[in-house]
Each structure stands twice: as structure tokens, then as C-alpha cells.
Design a protein around this ligand. Sequence first.
Ligand SMILES: Cc1ncc(COP(=O)(O)O)c(C=O)c1O
Length: 396
Amino acid sequence: MTSNIAQEALMPTYKKWPVTFVSGSGSYLIDTTGKKYLDFLSGIAVCSLGHCHPKVTEALTSQANTLWHVSNLFGNEIAPQVAHELDLLIRSDYLDTPGKVFFTNSGAEANECAFKLARLFGGRGRHVVLSAYGSFHGRTLATLHATGQPEKHEPFWPLPEGFSHIAFNDYKAFENAIKGNVAALIIEPTQGEGGVIVPEPGYLRQVRELCSEMGILMIADEVQTGLGRMGTWFRCHIEDVVPDIVTVAKSLGNGMPIGACWAKAEIADLFSPGDHGSTFGGQPLASSAALATLAELRAIDAPNRAMEYGKILKDNLMEVDHVIEISGDGLLLGVKVGGNFAQKVAENALQRGLIVNPVRPDVIRMAPPLNVSDAEITEAISKFSDSLKESLSNNG
Ligand SMILES: Cc1ncc(COP(=O)(O)O)c(C=O)c1O
């Protein structure tokens, strides 16, 4: 009863599944009736260390008793440490000169920051940001326009000017789209919401090279793919590519809202005081969660763990009847089934206590915590397989 009233008080922007959660621990969630669910979505690739991870909880609790917020008119001791850690991970062995970070509260805001840098970089008349069809970059008006899904634009015209779309994974299309007014390309190195679509090997490298050659910024939206989930700290690293700007969010705070826009120093320094800002961005409380999350992701060697357990999950999924293809790397996988019943499979899985998510009519996304166990994978496979069978028997 209480939960129904609570839902009706919210704007109808989400088609909610009929479950309300009250607690979580590790890879499991508990709903209002006490039923337990194995979470193979991690709040959409957010809780990479599982729910209520003890080290992140401890850091948050300690910070909550010390200092929550001071505004960006003053310094705090934690945000710069998170920026330094992120910078090291993004540059890895590829780049010597440190970059700089702007903190946000979400992925969309991290991309907005990147777009403003692109405008300063290009100057008047050279302001267009290219992006790919099928991409997802956020729900603010600018990130919505960058999102390459015209049907999502339709109700909200006019959208901010300066975005144009090209085919994903098509180098020629990118080359042909470069006109004098183009300042940047924003690209998800693997499209997440679009269905876990991985580009051909070599594509990101070619894109990087053409951006450098033409003096265009390469912005990698690693909001979903970043921080170890795909078997490297950043998905672009699979091709030894370091973009000019990288945006992150989702897993940065393991569920605490925090995002970041990283840029090479010479691009970051295009900003002057007053050009950009955020009341909450980089506040001590959210930053403490990010600092603890990054330390723990390093401690478990997140990229290697994602690679190892991603292979186990993929191998097991390939054995399931009616799974016809698996896309993705590490622990961000798109499971293609032999028909348009991904929604039904996810509904059946939920009933059986497994959380997965349909991203296309025939593709189900799996993004379990990176510290998932062998036993949890076995449990997920069994529930997924039963859900798939049930969907097929109802279908036919
Ligand atoms: C690749 C990508 N970019 C940006 C966003 C937007 O992030 P947020 O919802 O935190 O604004 C998302 C969210 O799903 C995403 O997957």
C-alpha cells in the first residue's frame, strides 16, 4: 500500500516493473515481500562492487560524520584525490602528461561538460558534435540531441543546435561527415543502451587517428563501459586508444551519484573560472564513495576479474538453448535470443528472482557486479535458462 502511494507521487517517466526493493547486499536485492533477487544488472552497470559494499559504506559513513558539502567556492580534500586516481586510470601507460577532471552528478552532465569544452575548442562557426545512430548520451536537451535515436527527439523539438548523426562502426561515414563546422565526435566505444553493440576491431583506432589528423576532438562516452567492466579500465584501451575527453559516471560511486568529465590538460584549460559549474559536483560525501570505489576496483583488479568471469558467464550462456549470439566484452554482455521475446524472458526471470534487462526486442543485457561468484553465475544460468524455456512454451 505504502509503496503504491509512493509510486503515484512520481512523474510518469518510467515504465516500472512491479517490484519495490528495500535492501541489498552483494549481488542480491530484497523486495517488500522479503523475496530475494540475484541482480545481474547492478542498477544498470552502476553497483560494480555489489550492493552496500562494506568498504564504500564505511567510507561514506565516516565522511557523513565529518563533512558532507562545502560548495565549489572552497576546496575539499577528497575530490582532488579522486581526480588524480581517475587520471591515472584513464592515461594508464599511454599518456605522460596529466589531464584534468570536472565532477558532475550524472553521466548526462559529464557529457554536457564535454560539449562545452568542444565549443570552446572549435570556436564560433565550428561547433558541431557528431555522434552515432543508436547511441545513448543522456536525457538533458543537448545530450538527447547527441543521442542517435531520432524517435526520442521527436516530442522535444526544437533541440539545441549543433549535433549531427552518423552510422556507428562505419569509418567512411565518419570521414564523409567531417565538414568545416565539426569540432568533435562523441562515441560510446561499445553501445550499451543500443543493444551492447561492439564495433569492428580497429574502428576506434581509425577514428582516433582521423580525429588527430583533422583536428577534431574525440570524446569517449565511457559512462557505461568504463572502470573495468569490459576487461580493461576503459573500453577504448582495448585498442590502445586514449581519447581527448572521457566521460564516466555510473560505477564511479558504486551507486552514490557522481560523474566526471576528464580532458587532456590543454583542452581542460580552455575553461576559465565562471565558464562551467555544479553546486554538488565533487562534494566530499559523493567523492568519498568514489575514492573508496576506485581503491576497491583496483584491489580486486577489476579489469582482469571482469575478463575472467565474463568468459565464464559467456561460455555458460552459449550452452543455453535458444541463445544464438552473445555480444560485449567482460561483464557487459548482450544475449541474443532466437526471437523477439527478450521482454518476456526478463519478466519471467524477475519472477524467478533474477534481474536482467531487455535492450532490444531480441537482446537481453547482463551486467552483474564485477565481484560476482561462480555460484552466482551458476544460479543465474539456471534461472535464465528456465525463463527462456518458459517464454518459448508460452510463445508457441
Ligand atoms: C553511455 C551513456 N552515456 C550517458 C548516460 C546518461 O547517464 P545519466 O543517466 O547518469 O545521466 C548513460 C545512461 O545510461 C549511458 O549509458
